[in-house]
Design a protein around this ligand. Structure first.
Ligand code: ADP
Ligand code: MG
Length: 540
């Protein structure tokens, strides 16, 4: 009581007041009980605080049901019905993974749907005929690819624009059918504009530039049957074989109407005047983000400058002065393309098409992240591969891609798999061209079920039979993660896809946390937004 008298009221903490009330309320003490009035607002605040503290301590109970994130520690799992708000933070399953003690932890982003998001939901949403393609192109498509019946979302949006003569910058997720998006309008345009004359020097009218020989082979393989139904010659110009081979490739008769080329080989051919681009009517940069990164930028710039690119759709009409329509496609597009493109065309004639799912964690692929010690990776990989190979597995079994960050790791890991009698193919950039030729095609034809590779196999290569991607080394950028993960769950994939990533370094953890947060928020991955206005970071 004395304490109460001496304490100024404003210094009474709610705890003190409650304690006093409790003391005074002892029944049967005989003394008349003084009444201490505690302001109601104070009482309410105290109660709220206590309730809040209780709920903070209460364990999060994950009700049974489908999960978006399933974590080893169940309290960190997130049910599929919940989406984290844009500014909300949540305890991540990968929190604390920089610490060595986190080794052995894991979590998965679960498969939310089986359908590939690149296909439109509504069957009646459009047909190839409605997009403005000519009957002979449609016939060629039907003959060459009978399984392609309905256009994908990206094809629905790009083909009509291209047929109208717009330049297109298209960013859409991997495996969404971008190749046919540009090939069909390209071929139609060449049909409408017959060749001017037969020159001594080959002068292709359609050019598709791709960053690797394997991708050149693949695009040529898609374009050739279409071209031959339409009476157009499709040829490939890949590097790594020296000038003699380039000369040989270009001297074939009849000359190419459409050339699918890698930048290095094309540059050599242009410099040696084995090829000219004066007749070019259609220029495609496929996997434009790679073509515009440091390693290829100069070559791509050279090709853009050598091509006579139209200023506007009207510019494409003059039959005596051929100008090229420009298409850039990619699953990720770097910022600052505008700066580069403004040197060769007017930005007003450029239409940007981005898919709504661009840079989002793909909902139809299960993605598991395992925090491991570097030395444990081999054992884990061997176990996964053996498990995958088990004869008693139920359901269809697809192939496996194992990604490493360097050619030397591919070689080293290859020897280890040999020791374990696990048959596989290897593909890395330091192999001689003669060895590289056909390796990916062998893998696609399933002569082997496992391919050890570097990122040269992560860009654009079509792989509808791949069931599992293992990131033996975690990719160094989110772009690489998207491209690698995009080798599974493609339009037309025969098996549902899974990605397993080994996480060992602190810089891996940083990327994993970004991926996990984007998945919990169901938003796109940060830092990949592209705008034609931003400068390219590496431009001088
Ligand atoms: P991207 O270049 O967007 O990564 P691709 O052009 O390589 O994708 O196509 C991925 C797969 O989808 C290929 O096997 C292709 O044959 C198939 N495909 C493309 N368009 C369609 C379609 N409209 N219907 C069914 N399958 C398609
Ligand atoms: Mg592609």
């Amino acid at each position: 009581m004395a304490l109460l008298q001496r304490t100024p009221f404003f210094l009474l903490t709610p705890q003190l007041l409650l304690a006093l009330r409790r003391n005074f309320a002892v029944p049967g003490s005989g003394e008349p009980l003084p009444v201490v009035r505690i302001p109601q607002a104070l009482q309410r605040r105290q109660e709220q605080r206590q309730n809040g503290r209780q709920s903070a301590l209460r364990p999060v109970l994950v009700r049974p049901g489908r999960l978006l994130i399933s974590a080893r520690r169940p309290e960190l799992s997130q049910p599929a019905r919940l989406t984290l708000g844009r500014w909300e933070s949540a305890p991540l399953a990968s929190r604390g993974w920089r610490n060595r003690r986190a080794r052995g932890d894991y979590f998965s982003i679960e498969r939310a749907q089986r359908e590939v998001p690149a296909l439109p939901n509504v069957a009646s949403e459009g047909s190839f005929a409605e997009l403005g393609l000519e009957p002979r192109v449609l016939r060629a498509l039907q003959e060459a690819a009978p399984e392609v019946v309905r256009p994908t979302t990206v094809q629905l949006s790009t083909i009509p624009q291209l047929l109208r003569g717009r330049h297109i910058l298209c960013a859409a997720e991997t495996g969404s059918g971008k190749t046919l998006s540009y090939l069909l309008p390209l071929l139609q345009r060449l049909l409408v504009r017959p060749s001017l004359d037969s020159r001594r020097v080959p002068a292709p009218r359609g050019l598709v530039l791709v960053p690797s020989r394997e991708l050149a082979q693949q695009v040529r393989a898609v374009a050739q049957p279409l071209g031959s139904s339409l009476g157009l010659q499709v040829r490939e110009l890949g590097g790594g074989h020296g000038m003699r081979r380039i000369r040989l490739q270009l001297s074939k008769q009849p000359p190419a109407d459409v050339l699918v080329a890698t930048p290095g080989a094309l540059w050599k051919a242009l410099k040696s005047r084995l090829l000219i681009l004066e007749q070019l009517s259609f220029l495609v940069l496929d996997e434009a983000d790679t073509l515009l990164d440091e390693s290829f930028l100069e070559l791509a710039q050279y090709v853009l400058e050598k091509s006579n690119i139209a200023e506007s759709p009207a510019d494409l009409e003059d039959p005596l002065d051929p100008k090229a329509q420009l298409v850039l496609v990619g699953a990720t597009l770097p910022g600052g393309m505008g700066q580069l493109l403004s040197k060769v065309t007017s930005l007003d004639s450029l239409t940007t098409i981005t898919s709504s799912k661009l840079h989002c964690i793909m909902p139809h692929i299960k993605q598991t992240f395992m925090r491991l010690k570097g030395a444990e990776k081999v054992t884990e990989l061997v176990q996964i591969l053996k498990q995958h190979d088990r004869a008693d597995r139920t359901g269809p079994s697809g192939t496996v891609l194992v990604f490493c960050n360097s050619s030397s790791t591919v070689n080293w890991l290859g020897y280890i798999l040999d020791d374990h009698k696990i048959q596989h193919l290897r593909l890395q950039g330091q192999m001689p061209a003669s060895m590289r030729v056909g390796i990916f095609q062998c893998f696609q034809k399933r002569s082997q079920d496992i391919l050890l590779c570097t990122d040269i196999a992560s860009r654009g290569l079509d792989s509808t039979r791949v069931e599992l991607v293992v990131n033996y080394d975690f990719p160094l950028t989110l772009q690489d993660y998207i491209h690698r993960a995009g080798r599974v769950g493609r339009v037309g994939s025969e098996v549902p896809g899974t990605v397993i990533s080994f996480v060992t370094h602190p810089w891996d953890v940083r990327l994993v946390q970004k991926i996990e947060l984007a998945a919990r928020r169901r938003r796109s991955l940060p830092g990949l937004e592209s705008s034609v206005k931003e400068p390219l970071p590496y431009q001088t």
